[in-house]
Write a protein that binds this ligand. Structure first.
Ligand SMILES: [Zn+2]
Length: 391
């Protein structure tokens, strides 16, 4: 479909704003060089962005070739992006500026009231309102990330095994409970954490090629990012790769899924940490598990030895299919990435006469437990750049 004039102007506004956000301070002539737009066009686009309060002229002046040049910098002092994350234990809300810097963050345990979406949504609504109240600004983008598969239009949570949910319209529940969500009159993005986290990991490693992201939290999930423009992100149920023939029956209906032999519940059970998890929550129990593996505690070592082998085997199958250039482990698996890398490398094929098969390395997430939030903030910025004057 051909772009009309308004589409082209929107796209060019995004290009110019993107230059200013990325460079932090740039002259109009730099932007023209970087975007290929004419100087006249850049001057007109900048005027619109200044008018909208997203860009301003900096007090710093750069001298080049003897002529002073006026630099532009991000403004948007009255504008913010709001990102909310719902995981198995916590509800978190982050308010950031348009450059992605965090202005406020509120996090609270929701206590995992099983099968009660309204109770969880009330906690999420309260953290969103508290974070927004702490930074009174116009909301340019509001997005919600969940640890669960999402689908439909408008998007809903399809099922959440951590919380005992079937299909749940989280956004509708929030609109009824949060003042800030109720008055937000544009569409609210609802995404699963693995796809936004995978995209953030890919973006953090410019030019890496394709990337496979595998994360462990309450279960195991992930996504693959293929290197194209824009990057193609495909979510996958990596925890449900059926790794053990005729293995244990999984909640998904298959037998021998990766999550049944290397998921957090089974690792904690084998390490004798199930009572710890019931008492202190999953996150603390997994931290304790990692500490015990590091300390060489025999039960934890035995549990992890089995788990890391199964994870490496699942990666082997997936890598043979998708040929990623890099494999990134997120969630609690990030702290154990070196172990998985060693096991994965040891089971790679060797092709006679052709040297070793070029294999991907397994590395830890660049963002740790915040990968999904960082990804969601990044996605919010991309939506802002796609239509900077929409709000
Ligand atoms: Zn399964």
């Amino acid at each position: 479909m051909p772009l009309d004039t308004a589409d082209i102007r929107r796209r060019n506004l995004g290009l110019v704003l993107g230059c200013v956000l990325e460079a932090d301070a740039a002259a109009r002539s730099d932007i023209a060089d970087a975007t290929g737009l004419s100087r006249g066009a850049v001057t007109s686009l900048v005027a619109d962005l200044v008018e909208a309060g997203l860009v301003r002229e900096s007090s710093a002046i750069a001298a080049a070739k003897g002529r002073p040049r006026v630099l532009l910098e991000p403004a948007g002092d009255d504008v913010c992006l709001v990102t909310a994350l719902l995981d198995a234990d916590h509800a978190t809300a982050v308010v950031s500026d348009i450059a992605g810097d965090t202005l406020a963050r509120v996090e609270r345990r929701h206590g995992r009231p099983f099968g009660d979406p309204a109770a969880v949504a009330s906690v999420l609504a309260s953290v969103i309102d508290e974070a927004v109240d702490a930074v009174p600004r116009r909301i340019a983008d509001l997005s919600v990330v969940v640890w669960a598969p999402v689908g439909g239009d408008p998007a809903v949570v399809l099922a959440d095994t951590d919380l005992g949910w079937g299909e749940v319209d989280v956004i509708a529940l929030l609109r009824d409970r949060s003042r800030s969500v109720a008055v937000f009159d544009r569409s609210i993005s609802l995404r699963d954490d693995a796809t936004v986290a995978a995209r953030a990991e890919h973006a953090a490693r410019g030019g890496i090629g394709s990337l496979l992201y595998l994360k462990g939290d309450s279960g195991i999930g992930g996504a693959t990012v293929f290197d194209q423009t824009p990057p193609l992100v495909i979510g996958g149920a990596l925890g449900h790769v059926p790794i053990v023939p005729d293995g244990e029956l999984c909640a998904c209906g298959q037998r021998g899924c990766l999550v049944t032999v290397a998921g957090p519940d089974i690792l904690l059970e084998r390490a004798g940490l199930t009572p710890f998890a019931e008492e202190s929550g999953l996150t603390s129990a997994l931290d304790e598990f990692i500490a015990r593996v590091r300390a060489g505690e025999p039960a934890a070592i035995a549990a992890w030895s089995h788990g890391r082998t199964e994870i490496a085997r699942a990666l082997q199958i997936t890598a043979m299919t998708l040929a990623p250039q890099l494999i990134v482990l997120g969630g609690f698996l990030a702290d154990l990435a070196a172990d998985v890398d060693a096991t994965f490398a040891s089971i790679q094929p060797h092709i006679l006469g052709a040297g070793d098969y070029p294999t991907a390395r397994v590395v830890a997430s660049a963002f740790g437990k915040d990968a999904a939030l960082v990804g969601a903030q990044r996605a919010a910025r991309e939506r802002l750049l796609a239509d900077p004057l929409a709000f």
